[in-house]
Design a protein around this ligand. Structure first.
Ligand SMILES: [Fe+2]
Length: 401
């Protein structure tokens, strides 16, 4: 007869998540919480796995979903080649240099990157990063889905010691990998979240409004920019207005070939904000431009968590926490958004997903206007938007100055 004491202990890979076990073994500083104020300024320490100084960012809203880290490439140095059996997307916070990417036994593909570059490493391709400058470190920001993957397969060797590589990713039809040319595509198989807002290009000339584009007004699917290397997201101007009432802003989706990630830019004009909303976890938001502002996050019925917003800031709203983003500076606020695969980051059918301005806690408006006043600025939010539930939000208001 089996007694209780004879029952062997087994590991529950969810309660004792395999990713947490892997991370606990890494000799790298791990920064936890709900956000980081400036990922570039986090304490970094030598990470044996990568052979360079690094910092892991393990935020509450990314638990079980995305893994984030920053690497420091010392001046004039090349960090050791690395590969893992998961894709990785990389945004360059600081510096410029050269990347080489290759599959085992295949030729290297090399390209130059700079501050604000954004690119993807395919699954199990080696990559090597070199700092082209001799006077300052380069800092890169990396995102992969190791927590999600290890939630289904706890074997570390499957990810870090796996010989399989699909050479067609880099040497097949996508032979123009890492060229700077992106092209517009329409995604199929998903609903568009764009509203009846009049689409227009985000142009350097504020008077230039182009007609609605086919993609932005399409009921079948949103437009994305398809490519694998975006040299400078800070000057990326192929953006359109999107979002429903109270949620209007400029955006531009980026679609990497073969990627599980959905990424894109969101550009919030100065002295404005969008209505609060909530959704599933795993949306990583990165400040990629000098900015002034703040973020509010809160669990329903809970206290507000106020996070400062600036270049280098990273925040990930936890599962179904409401969140809002405020631009209290004199210039536009450009953010990179990196979403985990559906259904993880899928907006739900929750009717309370958006809080209309007419139902918003008055403290929020007060806080926004106080922060603006501290900067000698005033709000460009439409007064009627706070009182009239049927107020028609016009994309033109994004341009008012
Ligand atoms: Fe959101």
């Amino acid at each position: 007869m089996t007694t209780e004491s004879a029952i062997p202990e087994v590991i529950d890979f969810w309660r004792n998540h395999a990713y947490d076990g892997w991370l606990a073994k890494q000799d790298v500083p791990v920064h936890r919480g709900y956000y980081v104020e400036d990922a570039r300024a986090l304490e970094r320490g030598w990470w044996s796995l990568r052979g360079c100084p690094a910092a892991v960012i393990s935020l509450e809203g990314n638990r079980g979903i995305e893994h984030l880290h920053v690497l420091e490439i010392p001046p004039g140095e090349t960090i050791p080649p690395f590969r893992m059996a998961l894709e990785e997307i990389i945004y360059v916070f600081e510096g410029n240099g050269i990347a080489s990417v290759w599959a085992e036994g295949q030729p290297k593909v090399t390209f130059e990157w700079q501050k604000h570059s954004f690119f993807r490493i395919p699954v199990n391709y080696y990559y090597e990063l070199s700092n082209a400058r001799g006077d300052q470190p380069a800092i890169t920001f990396h995102v992969n889905l190791l927590p999600m993957a290890m939630g289904t397969n706890p074997s570390e060797d499957c990810f870090f010691n796996n010989p399989y590589v699909d050479v067609s990713q880099l040497y097949g039809n996508e032979a123009k990998f890492y060229s700077a040319a992106a092209r517009p595509v329409r995604l199929s198989g998903q609903a568009s979240f764009s509203s009846g807002a009049r689409a227009m290009q985000h142009a350097a000339n504020p008077g230039a409004v182009t007609p609605a584009t086919e993609a932005a007004s399409s009921p079948t699917g949103p437009m994305r920019w398809y490519g694998n290397f975006f040299p400078d997201l800070s000057v990326w101007d192929k953006l359109e207005v999107y979002g429903g009432a109270g949620r209007l802003t400029y955006g531009g989706g980026i679609f990497f070939p073969g990627s599980a990630f959905s990424t894109g830019l969101m550009v919030l004009p100065s002295r404005r904000y969008r209505a609060g909303h909530r959704h599933a976890a795993g949306v990583t938001i990165v400040g990629i431009q000098e900015a002034e502002g703040f973020v509010l996050m809160w669990r329903e019925g809970g206290d507000y968590l106020v996070a400062p917003w600036r270049e280098g800031a990273v925040f990930v709203p936890p599962y179904h926490w409401y969140h809002m983003h405020f631009n209290t500076g004199a210039v536009e606020n450009r953010q990179l958004r990196i979403r985990a695969p559906r259904p993880g980051a899928n907006p739900t059918a929750d009717l309370e997903r958006v809080i209309p301005f007419t139902k918003q806690d008055p403290w929020i408006r007060q806080k926004f206007e106080e922060e603006l006043a501290n900067n000698g600025l005033t709000s460009l939010m439409p007064e009627e938007g706070y009182t009239n539930p049927d107020f028609e939000w016009d994309a033109e208001w994004l341009k008012d100055d």
